[in-house]
Unconditional design. Structure first.
Length: 216
């Protein structure tokens, strides 16, 4: 059976969140394509992963027999997250842009699953797993826009998810999400609407494409 690891990190619930709305659309199609499949869901806003501690970090470089009880407990929590990643046939991540970067809760998850010699290094254990990241943002940071240089979400996630974990990365980018609520952006509403429609179309298309890929 196919397994989807679905991670949301927006602080806003349901349809109030652009990233959650699009990840929900992807998941709906994915589940339709995999009625017998399994979904591992983590809502990092509702149930945050602890930020990395000295015990959790140092345990990754210590032999099991040499770990303190604190290190063992902290490392077990990391291993659980790592195993969820390794079990996944597809990974879906909602990563809204907050202050030009990702939510700290998502960074905490990444810090836990990055383990040199297992998920990172010469032969990453989840290498090749497809990952779709929905990275919404209130404005536009696309190439050629005035704030292009403030785009630290896609650049960072490409370095971590693709460059370090070895995942097969794809982005869906709903942008200008503040346009309907900010009078100063009213003229950008049509562009926002087009971006939103395109994001939902991409979610549907990518979910179906990955279903075919898994079935092949």
């Amino acid at each position: 059976m196919a397994t989807l690891l679905h991670i949301d990190s927006s602080v806003f619930p349901g349809e109030a969140s652009s990233s959650r709305s699009v990840t929900a659309a992807f998941r709906k199609v994915w589940e339709e394509q995999h009625p017998e499949g399994t979904v591992i869901y983590r809502d990092l806003a509702a149930a945050p992963v602890p930020h990395i501690s000295a015990a959790a970090w140092s345990a990754g470089y210590a032999a099991p027999s040499e770990r303190t009880p604190e290190q063992s407990a902290a490392f077990a929590a990391r291993v659980k997250l790592i195993e969820e990643l390794e079990q996944a046939d597809t990974v879906l991540i909602g990563a809204p842009m907050y202050n030009f970067s990702i939510p700290s809760t998502l960074k905490a998850w990444l810090d836990s699953v990055l383990l040199l010699g297992r998920t990172a290094g010469e032969a990453p254990s989840a290498q090749g797993t497809p990952v779709v990241v929905v990275t919404s943002r209130g404005g536009s940071y696309a190439p050629g826009t005035p704030r292009e240089g403030f785009e630290f979400v896609q650049n960072y996630l490409e370095a971590v998810l693709k460059g370090t974990l070895g995942l097969d990365l794809d982005f869906i980018v709903p942008e200008l999400t503040m346009a309907p609520r900010n009078p100063a952006m009213s003229e950008l509403v049509p562009l926002y609407q087009a971006s939103r429609e395109r994001a939902f179309e991409d979610a549907t298309t990518k979910a179906k494409e990955l279903a075919k890929r898994l079935a092949a």
